[in-house]
Design a protein around this ligand. Sequence first.
Ligand code: CMP
Length: 137
Amino acid sequence: MQQTLSIIKPDAVKKGVIGKIIDRFESNGLRVAAAKKIKLSKCDAKAFYAIHSQRPFFNDLVDFMTSGPVVVMVLEGENAVAKNRELMGATNPKEATPGTIRADFADSIDANAVHGSDSLENAKNEIAFFFSSREIC
Ligand code: CMP
């Protein structure tokens, strides 16, 4: 069993597809072990995406992630990190496999509907960024 962090981004929340996205996870063996809808501050977004701070898209990413509420979740299941990334599809929705979340719900590489941890180590750090152990069960 693994846990991974998922974020439903502001574009998908605005479109009203929170339930449809969670259904993709639950229908494919990933259980929602924790969830909350929050609005990230600039400080939150900069800290969460610190690994990208030198990339040219960093400021746009921070602006986008703070443009509206997001839903942060801990997903749990067998191979949860890889499973979640498979269900999300490629970062750029134009390159995402049909039937994946990004192919179906995302508009652009910036407004790409969901974030998912890219490794087990990052999953642990990202989960701890948003949730205390008491909030996960
Ligand atoms: P995410 O998985 O949340 O991680 C970082 C985000 O930066 C990524 O999804 C994209 O939404 C955004 N981004 C914008 N431009 C790029 C790019 N050229 N490469 C990777 N990520 C990008």
